[in-house]
Design a protein around this ligand. Structure first.
Ligand code: ADP
Ligand code: MG
Length: 280
């Protein structure tokens, strides 16, 4: 097994793409699980009312259960609502339920509405006795206030790109939104990582998508790609990551490699963030 050196500081990463079904949740959950397996301390914040990351990590998230909704509306702290994932003691999840579905509208009238998640996360990380190596925020497929909150609460964006026709369509819009958040709220925010998902090495299309992303974003896209495999889609129905559900399968192997690659870039990413902080 590969040895993972923990990052010198907590890396906070939002997994976002306004397209649905591109592998955001699978990536957040499985990269988080792979890092936890490697001994990292990881927190996953589910910000999608669908609660798919909560399901996959085995967290209770029925309507009315304490969740991220209570956190962003200031009724609870992250410590109050987070659950330890049954798979790994070092992996915690802030669950989301369908209760969150009205939040985009409800937040619109709140003071400091863009920073609700950031404030909650800052407070939690300051108070907890545990040092977290990673925080992942799984975003809904939109560019609404919940996603803006996620972008304000992190330093890094991880954008999954599905190896499909029109893979890069809509990416400009996402990059524009990130630019708006950078200039208005969070100047540090860095698109640190892109990951090509549902890759099929037998098809020319998959290879073309990878090459296109690599051409446009050479230093950002991971060398590792995630293959299309049914085990990745089955795992959540067992309340598990693919890392535990099918540890030797190619889905688990590729997500562990992606996690290793992401982690191995920690020093470079943290230095880039530090130099941005000094510029601002
Ligand atoms: P998003 O969060 O962007 O909507 P998901 O991670 O939920 O995307 O993935 C969308 C669907 O595709 C889900 O049913 C998921 O299980 C499936 N899926 C994701 N990644 C893969 C993969 N590499 N191979 C096969 N199915 C996948
Ligand atoms: Mg999702």
């Amino acid at each position: 097994e590969a040895v993972f050196d923990p990052p010198a500081q907590t890396r906070r990463i939002a997994v976002a793409n306004q397209k649905g079904g591109v592998g955001k949740t699978s990536t957040a959950v499985n990269v988080a699980a792979a890092l936890a397996l490697a001994g990292m301390r990881v927190l996953v914040v589910d910000m999608d009312p669908q609660g798919n990351a909560s399901t996959a990590l085995g967290a209770k998230h029925n309507s009315g259960d304490p969740s991220v909704y209570d956190v962003i509306e200031g009724r609870a702290t992250i410590a109050d609502v987070m659950q330890t994932c049954p798979e790994f003691e070092t992996l915690q999840v802030v669950p989301a339920s369908i209760d969150l579905s009205g939040a985009d509208l409800e937040l619109a009238d709140m003071p400091d509405r863009n920073n609700l998640m950031r404030n909650a996360l800052d407070a939690f990380l300051e108070q907890t006795s545990v040092h977290y190596d990673y925080v992942f925020v799984d975003c809904p497929p939109s560019l609404g206030l919940l996603v803006i909150n996620a972008m304000c609460a992190v330093n890094e964006m991880l954008i999954p790109i599905q190896a499909e026709y029109y893979a890069l369509e809509g990416l400009g819009q996402l990059i524009n939104t990130i630019g708006l958040v950078q200039s208005n709220f969070n100047p540090e925010l860095l698109v640190s990582t892109m990951l090509v998902t549902m890759f099929d090495r037998r098809t020319l299309l998959s290879r073309e998508v990878y090459e296109e992303v690599k051409t446009h974003y050479p230093s950002i896209v991971l060398d590792t790609t995630i293959p299309r495999t049914v085990k990745i889609s089955e795992a959540p129905s067992f309340g598990q990551s693919v890392i535990s559900y099918d540890p030797r399968g190619k889905g688990a192997v590729s997500y562990r490699e992606a996690a290793y690659e992401l982690n191995s870039r920690s020093t470079v990413v943290l230095e880039t963030l530090a130099s941005r902080r000094n510029e601002n």
